[in-house]
Design a protein around this ligand. Structure first.
Ligand code: FEO
Ligand code: CA
Ligand code: CA
Ligand code: CA
Length: 627
């Protein structure tokens, strides 16, 4: 396969191209299970532990919600869309806050060209491409957003004759600079919210920004390189997907598909520690041809220095970002931090790959309100989730005793530790969101075409299981759990499925979805999630937008709002065809929501030239609180 087609693959298909999965699952067993349940479930296939999966109130939720008459929803649901526009409910308005290529400093005014994009000289002075997770901070009364730029589309950013592959070190630098993180002050004026160009708080963090490693893996032989023989400093945070915020108001950026940036020009290291993470062969952007740091035949340990949760202080543009190794190394989606009842800090984290795991970190120390808790993130225990069929679950600690691995190895090769400990393989864990009004948390399991078909990259069985009950799951579901003793730090929980997406206009079995899915709110592939201060769950999708076949009636990607109590879910927003909706935060008075639109197609939002990933501001025309 040429580089041209390689770059056209989605990030999840990229891995399977490099490391094809064999159909090693005991397929006969899966079919047997499915058939044995068919009678019980009246035709539903591969339904896991069956109806027991659906928790309190879910099947009766529609009725309850209808009786409530949308009480908790301050808008009328909108229809699907298939066009190249953003749509919000009647009585709401929206505008662009910032687009890829917009200046953060006045020297970059006019840096973006509709024909050629952004030059390498200006590439670290503008808003990056493919916006993702974001959080808004109050910095001495100023509103500051920290926001990820997950990846770049090289066909949009490089000259047409390059066919999407960098031809020079300069072109690699251009791509490196348009990814990472942007910190930017915003302010509300007559024309609504705008970026404060030249604010001293503005900052770009790229694949080349100097950072430090902290936690038990820092200094270990596994993270030592030619440039950093001590294994303590590292350049860059990459493939910044979801986000999180600490209790002490710093930003957490989560490194997801970091593996795709590394390649080999010569003999490459082999073994499960590379194959499990999809590291090897050609890099997605040919970085390795122009920068030996990304060449694993030269620097086999460099990939061990990425795939972490990185902490950034948005209030201090001179601060050094810190890679928190104690939170483990995997394809981090987001990092949802909560203050447990016993005072410890808990961080929930998904590993977004088919058949990988859901994790949490629990600090050893307790956090005191008003203090900087950064050091708490260097000292604690990682756990992997195990979901039982009886709707209970356990957090299994990842320790030398449970994994047979050394403590530092557990943090570097966390996936292998989770397999050894016996976690439950999941349908691509994306964002985790914790309810601010109740001790419970939710994880979007976006989809998994390999469920019941082939194992994960470590060869772990991915037959249907209770929280992932459908084989070839193209729709996704959201699992939620309630920690024992109302303590997020406790080691057991009860769980149910909040929603199982599906298409009731096509199916009358498990693929129709749960009872809170109907022809009016259908969606697929839940991904981003955040709770607002009212305890409502905002759900963003990154799914199939063909609007045909299994996905007929679902339209473009969308953002919905769910009521955790009734189960009711209604559609708030649709984004342009081609785009996913990802990243959500609110301004300080919660009258404006900022929503990320990633990888739009057509020429949105300018109406001419290239499509530009953007952050959109959404508000109620009467100025009421919306979050
Ligand atoms: Fe970058 Fe799993 O989404
Ligand atoms: Ca995502
Ligand atoms: Ca996704
Ligand atoms: Ca994405």
């Amino acid at each position: 396969m040429s580089d041209k087609t390689l770059i056209d693959l989605s990030w999840d298909d990229f891995d399977e191209h490099r490391d094809p999965r064999s159909n090693e699952n005991q397929f006969d067993t899966v079919v047997e299970k499915a058939i044995s349940r068919r009678g019980f479930l009246g035709g539903a296939l591969a339904f896991g532990s069956g109806a027991a999966v659906f928790g309190t109130g879910l099947f009766s939720s529609t009725t309850l919600a209808q009786a409530a008459g949308h009480e908790k929803f301050a808008f009328e649901p909108i229809d699907i869309a298939t066009d190249f526009e953003v749509h919000v409910p009647a009585g709401y308005a929206h505008d662009i806050l910032v687009r890829w290529g917009d200046p953060l400093w006045s020297e970059a005014n006019g840096a973006y060209s509709a024909e050629t994009g952004v030059s390498v000289a200006m590439s670290d002075k503008v808003f990056g491409e493919n916006t993702d997770g974001m959080e808004l901070f109050d910095v001495d009364g100023k509103e500051v957003i920290a926001v990820n730029s997950e990846y770049v589309n090289p066909k949009i950013n490089l000259p047409a004759d390059s066919e999407g592959t960098p031809q020079s070190a300069d072109e690699v630098t251009l791509l490196k600079n348009l990814q990472g993180v942007t910190v930017m002050e915003i302010a509300r004026g007559d024309a609504g919210y705008q970026v404060v160009v030249d604010s001293p708080l503005n900052r770009r963090i790229t694949h080349e920004t100097q950072m430090v490693l902290s936690g038990p893996l820092a200094g270990h032989a596994l993270v030592q390189t030619h440039a950093d023989p001590e294994g303590m400093t590292v350049k860059g945070t990459m493939n910044n997907c979801g986000s999180g915020r600490t209790l002490w108001d710093t930003y957490l950026t989560c490194e997801e598909n970091f593996n795709g940036y590394f390649g080999a020009t010569g003999a490459e290291p082999t073994g499960e520690s590379y194959s499990r993470y999809g590291i090897g062969g050609e890099g997605r952007y040919a970085y390795e041809l122009f920068d030996p740091r990304y060449d694993i035949s030269v620097e086999p340990n460099e990939p061990h220095r990425h795939g972490f949760v990185t902490e950034i202080n948005p209030a201090d543009p001179t601060s050094t970002p810190v890679k928190r190794t104690a939170l483990g190394r995997f394809k981090h989606e987001n990092a949802e931090m909560v203050h447990a009842k016993d005072g410890r800090v808990v961080v929930y984290m998904g590993d977004d790959e088919r058949g990988e795991y859901l994790y949490k970190f629990v600090s050893n120390g307790v956090w005191e309100v008003g203090t900087d808790g950064g050091a708490l993130l260097d000292d604690g225990t990682l756990f992997v989730a195990k979901f039982n069929d009886d709707m209970t679950g356990e957090w299994l600690p990842l320790t030398p005793e449970t994994t047979g691995m050394e403590a530092a190895e557990i943090l570097c090769f966390t996936r292998m530790a989770a397999s050894a400990a016996g976690g439950t393989t999941m349908d691509r864990p994306e964002w985790v969101a914790a309810n601010p009004l109740k001790v419970e948390a939710y994880c979007a399991l976006t989809n998994n075409k390999n469920r019941g078909v082939s194992p994960n990259a470590g060869g772990d069985d991915t037959s249907v299981n209770a929280p992932n009950p459908r084989e070839t799951n193209n729709y996704g579901q959201i699992v939620r759990w309630t920690p024992a003793d109302e303590n997020h730090a406790s080691d057991s929980f009860g769980w149910d499925l909040y929603v199982m997406a599906g298409n009731p206009t096509i199916y009358d079995n498990a693929y129709a979805g749960s009872d809170n899915i109907n022809p009016g709110n259908m969606f697929n592939s839940p991904d981003g999630m955040a709770f607002d201060s009212q305890g409502m769950l905002w759900i963003q999708t990154d799914g199939d937008y063909k609007n045909e076949g299994d996905f007929a009636g679902m339209g473009n990607n969308q953002m919905l709002v769910g009521d955790p109590e009734s189960g009711e879910i209604i559609r708030f927003m649709t984004v342009p065809n081609g785009a996913e909706v990802t990243g959500l935060c609110w301004n300080l008075d919660k009258t404006v929501a900022f929503v990320g639109v990633q990888h739009p197609a057509g020429s949105w939002p300018d109406g001419n030239g290239k499509p530009r990933s953007s952050v959109v501001a959404v508000w109620r025309e009467d100025g009421a609180v919306i979050g």
